[in-house]
Design a binder for this molecule. Structure first.
Ligand code: 3NM
Ligand code: MG
Length: 514
């Protein structure tokens, strides 16, 4: 039997979630809002109450032509006439359940690993509940938190089986992250059929509008989606040819960038932004993001001077920009240095979508491990410096997994959208001796992503090439630059000069160099 799994409600009758609401009323409201399948989940009530409640719920779900499934209890499903059951790994085995239930009964299975998922499909499961996606107070005795990367691995494994099976992700899913969960967990040939939700509907003040909002988000393409463009013949040349036009667009539209940036570089980055034609706001205050995110701007989160209070502020801002569909850049400064920073990146990756992740080799390696749980490629055990091929592979794999853009900076920069990989050799080693020159790339990238959303890889590339050509120009003016001290103001001048030319449509700054 096929079920529309798109918005799967799992009930919870505990006071922490249902409060003093009425279960039947909440379920009916959620059905009005567009819930497509209901699972009655009650871990504590006596059998008599379970059967009675299941019958009441079934009378309601039937009116909406939506299947009712019972958690754990095959007997309650039989007694109430429900359409099927949902079984955890420790519940009745699927073979026995199949024997007891009617032939067309729906049987769903919880799976948290590839092995569990594959076994359930082999045993004839109709759909899988995959999780726990994110840590959730609703169920604290979960086996493992697998994140979108874990869901994606399972979907990928399922895509190689002969029999196809329905899938929903479960655990900590709500209006703020639902689009990202569906988007980022998609494997090349298999994506989620829906999401299973408890608290975001059951505990909502207005379950009907919560369901309606979720349904809307599930059925629309997220605004942050990156179009993965197939590489064309002469891809690099085609991209290079468009750089001046992208730089011109930034110079003439002055995109806003909200910088949550470390205090070491804040002044330099603000000056750099102005020189490049960007309107910077430097604010570590997460609540301000609500007002700022309504403008067509970008957010930069740079963890360089992380403090005990930073993370909730980052998350508030991340949510606000994600909600508005605006680009967000993560600069995970020094993520490998401490456990606090490692955990911060894990929290941030679980908390929202980053359009661009930018860092040096060590940082990107570390993020790769954070984003995939345990590393299967042993990026930590390899040589301390990666060769060109390894770097190109790393940025491509991380971009593919996160479905975003990844930039690894160094003597040669590597940039990927998960499909195309571009190496940029411009720049100068002196950049490594002036604080903030790396951080400013985050701000510049954010502005370029705002100005040129049609090809996000090209947007970041254009900002980077402009920046590095300016650095080269500065170094070339030997009369003005004697070392890293005099380099900084000269570099700002050169950025300013390019911006001035680009704004007037004068592309000579690029043609000389490219
Ligand atoms: N099962 P919420 S997580 C019922 O991982 C349940 O199998 C899970 O609740 C699993 O939507 C979970 O409120 C609770 O986070 C999900
Ligand atoms: Mg169970």
């Amino acid at each position: 039997m096929t079920v529309d799994l798109s918005l799967y409600l799992v009930t919870d009758s505990t006071p922490a979630i249902l409060g003093n609401g009425d279960l039947c009323k909440v379920v009916e409201e959620s059905l009005k809002g567009g819930v497509t399948v209901v699972q009655y989940r009650d871990k504590t009530s006596d059998t008599g109450v379970l059967v009675e409640t299941a019958k009441k719920l079934h009378a309601i779900t039937q009116r909406y032509n939506v299947p009712l499934l019972i958690n754990d209890r095959v007997d309650v499903a039989l007694a109430s006439g429900a359409e099927g059951v949902h079984l955890g790994q420790d519940d009745m085995d699927i073979g026995t359940a199949k024997k007891l239930l009617k032939e067309d009964a729906i049987i769903g299975i919880s799976a948290s690993s590839i092995e569990e998922a594959v076994t359930a499909v082999e045993n004839g499961a109709d759909y899988l509940g995959i999780g726990t996606t994110f840590a959730t107070p609703t169920k604290t005795n979960t086996k493992s938190i697998i994140g979108t990367a874990g869901v994606k691995k399972i979907l990928d494994a399922l895509s190689h089986l002969d029999r196809s099976v329905g899938t929903v992700a479960i655990g900590g899913i709500n209006t703020r992250n639902v689009q990202r969960v569906i988007y980022q967990s998609a494997a090349p040939t298999k994506h989620l059929d829906g999401v299973a939700i408890v608290s975001a509907i059951m505990a909502a003040e207005d379950p009907e509008s919560a369901a309606k909002e979720l349904k809307g988000l599930i059925t629309t393409r997220p605004t942050f989606a990156v179009d993965v463009l197939a590489p064309r013949k002469n891809e690099e040349e085609l991209l290079l040819a468009r750089i001046p036009e992208v730089v011109q667009r930034v110079a003439s539209t002055h995109p806003l960038v909200h910088n949550m940036i470390n205090f070491v570089v804040v002044n330099f980055v603000a000056n750099m932004a102005l020189a490049a034609g960007i309107s910077p706001i430097m604010s570590p205050y997460g609540d301000e993001a609500k007002d700022l995110a309504v403008h067509n701007g970008a957010l930069l989160i740079n963890m360089g001077t992380l403090t005990s209070t930073s993370i909730p502020e980052y998350l508030k801002a991340l949510t606000a920009y994600n909600t508005n569909g605006n680009p967000v850049v993560l600069d995970p400064v020094g993520v490998g240095a401490t456990n606090i920073r490692r955990n911060a990146v894990t929290t941030l990756l679980a908390g929202g979508y980053f359009t661009l992740i930018k860092g040096n080799e060590r940082e990107i390696k570390e993020v790769f491990q954070r984003s995939g749980g345990e590393s299967q490629r042993g990026v930590d055990s390899g040589p301390t410096t990666m060769d060109d091929h390894a770097k190109a592979t790393l940025v491509r794999d991380l971009a593919r997994r996160e479905r975003n853009i990844v930039l690894l900076t160094g003597a040669v920069d590597y940039l990927s959208d998960g499909n195309r990989v571009i190496a940029v050799e411009n720049g100068h080693e002196i950049l490594g001796r002036a604080t903030g020159t790396g951080c400013a790339i985050g701000t510049i990238s954010g502005a370029y992503l705002v100005a040129y959303p049609e090809d996000k890889l090209l947007a970041v590339l254009a900002g980077l090439v402009m920046y590095e050509i300016a650095a080269e120009n500065a170094v070339a003016s030997k009369d003005r630059v004697r070392g890293s001290g005099s380099f900084v103001p000269t570099f700002l001048d050169e950025i300013d000069i390019i911006r001035g030319k680009a704004e007037k449509g004068d592309h000579s700054w690029f043609e000389k160099r490219a």
